[in-house]
Ligand binder design. Structure first.
Ligand code: NAD
Length: 261
């Protein structure tokens, strides 16, 4: 599906990362990849995983730094020339703002969560634009239902995801005339490093599996396959969309009588 295509995947931290699942699926479909690592602490992990793929580009990029973003995309430009897809699977909020009540969110915590989890999509889309402009492209980000419903414990991250989803629509409107599509995948809860920062995450996982129409947890591989579809020719008619890969959890309004709340 992706033979001859070149893609950037941002957000691999370890083998559980959704970004890593997407890297494996897109590489298997024939894409040549560039992966980032956030900092030196994660570099060895990312390089070790990357070594199992077909020689991807690996370079640092902390999305809070405009200089890092510029340097990363310069490396991509030098090696690839053009870019067909970009996957943004990056999010962060300070731990203290994910504990307790949303009403106690600090000004700084709000700023950091929005900078890393929402603004960074626009920053990297802008950096990718010159590499995609002349031949189209596909940008995919990752979101969660806490953007549109109050999920207690998800707190400021839910507000940042709402900003991220709105950014998807504005970027889709801006970049559509260049043939560039921008979409989000709203994934059900998956046990990753970022997810473990959410209070009550284990309970959330169990509840989801019990209540979602498919009655099982969301798997990284099914999120990765949807990303593969969206970045491929198969997804060519879709932009500005949020696609749910959550076993149908988002459509449920009432917990079935025989299931735990
Ligand atoms: P993860 O911890 O594996 O990935 C998060 C990534 O964000 C890490 O690679 C981390 O290095 C990166 N990151 C954080 N701050 C950064 C910065 N300043 N610069 C560059 N990178 C930075 O967790 P994940 O669950 O795979 O998260 C990927 C995406 O999926 C996130 O947007 C997350 O909100 C979203 N998501 C996750 C779930 C879930 O339950 N795991 C559900 C829905 C959506």
């Amino acid at each position: 599906m992706l033979t001859g295509k070149k893609g950037v995947i941002l957000g691999v931290a370890n083998k559980r990362s959704i970004a890593w699942g997407i890297a494996q699926a897109t590489a298997q479909a024939g894409a040549t990849l560039a992966l980032n690592y956030q900092n030196e602490r994660l570099e060895a992990n990312v390089r070790e995983l990357a070594a199992t793929l077909d020689n991807p580009l690996v370079a640092p990029c902390d999305v809070t730094s405009d200089a890092d973003i510029a340097a990363f995309f310069e490396v991509v430009k030098t090696s690839f020339g053009t870019l067909d897809f970009l996957v943004h699977a990056v999010a962060y909020a300070p731990k203290e703002d994910l504990e307790g009540a949303f009403v106690d969110t600090s000004r700084e915590g709000f700023r950091i969560a929005h900078d890393i989890s929402a603004y960074s999509l626009t920053a990297v889309a802008r950096a990718a634009l010159p590499l995609m402009k002349d031949h189209g492209g596909s940008i995919v980000t990752l979101t969660y239902l806490g953007s549109e419903r109050a999920v207690v414990g998800y707190n400021v991250m839910g507000v940042a995801k709402a900003a991220l989803e709105a950014s998807v629509r504005y970027l889709a409107a801006d970049l559509g005339p260049y043939g560039i599509r921008v979409n989000a995948i709203s994934a059900g809860p998956i046990n990753t490093l970022a997810a473990r920062g959410i209070q009550g995450f284990t309970k959330m996982l169990k509840h989801h599996a019990a209540v979602a129409p498919l009655r099982r947890p969301t798997e990284v591989a099914e999120v990765a396959d949807t990303a593969l579809f969206l970045v491929s020719h198969m997804g060519r008619g879709i932009t500005g969309e949020v696609i749910y890969v959550d076993g149908g959890y988002h459509c449920i309004g009432l917990v079935p009588k025989d299931e735990p709340a």
